[in-house]
Ligand binder design. Sequence first.
Ligand SMILES: Cc1ncc(C[n+]2csc(CCOP(=O)(O)OP(=O)(O)O)c2C)c(N)n1
Ligand SMILES: [Mg+2]
Length: 332
Amino acid sequence: MNDTPSNIRKLEKYRRMQRIRQFEDLAESIHAQGEIPGALHTYAGMEASGVGSCMALRGDDYMVGNHRSHGHPIAKGAAMRPLMAELLGKASGVCKGKGGSMHLSDFSIGSLGETSIVGSGVPVAAGAALGAKLKKTGQVALCFFGDGATSEGAAHEGMNLAAAWCLPAVFVCENNLYGMSTPVGDAVPVKDLADRAKAYAMKAIIVDGQDVDAVEQAVTEAVDHARSGKGPVFVETKTYRYGDHAVNMGRNLTPRQGEEEHWRSRDPLVLYRQRLEEEGVDPAVLDTIESETADEVADAIQYARGAAYPEAEEAFDDVFTDRLPIPDHLTA
Ligand SMILES: Cc1ncc(C[n+]2csc(CCOP(=O)(O)OP(=O)(O)O)c2C)c(N)n1
Ligand SMILES: [Mg+2]
């Protein structure tokens, strides 16, 4: 395999998927030891969906996540040290230790944030897309949300407005078959969630969420559409989460017979490694990416463990906005 830009890009996709998997595996194990406060929703199994999507974005494009969003900033190129420090509640975390696992944001990579309120990211992304349109910056806002979120009012309102105002937004619905313990088929009357986009006259694409190249291609098409002023796009990535809804929260439901085995046989990292080897990548190159990633993740946790907690006096800093100035014409 030559060092062409396309080949370098492929190795970068493999590296980012490895980073997410190894970050999540470590986070899960240290959560079990009580080192991470609060709930922890891991992204293991869904790496191709996040990495393929983010590789289609420009550096200055916006991204909005949900409660399962450690993988999204890593997919967009975020450093792991401040991310891990945030999970441990440390002052050098991306949100100074006050956000934690479910409230990460990192403006340096365009990550406007994630929240635990299901569906709430959709109107935020629509708002960011509206800002980009009004300011003519050429940016796109991409929102990640789950199958469960498609039934939330906020998600419908955000998508409706984005379509009505022809905003440069891309809505990536990561259909991992469950909302907590509820199978998607028990909660939604359509087989493909992309069908819901018809209600907004919105372009929709369905893609194999285990195939990082296919996701990148689909989201690139969506981003090009949105950026060129043709309006928002709904992309459904068909994927699967390996873990419980959240670590130690219990699955509450036995996955259907053979379901987990089926998805594990289509693990996004294994599939991609196979493809790269078939295309002529030396397995030693991939081994090196894996071991370098292991070192990076070990460095991130060592850094986070050694970092200080925020001071008690800082508890209310950055929590409330300063009062906005009243425009002159209202006080005159
Ligand atoms: C508005 C709202 N309703 C319910 C919940 C409780 N809740 C947290 S995660 C979740 C399931 C979300 O499922 P999905 O959108 O498919 O995302 P996934 O966890 O599968 O990634 C629910 C119902 C919540 N946090 N917010
Ligand atoms: Mg889901």
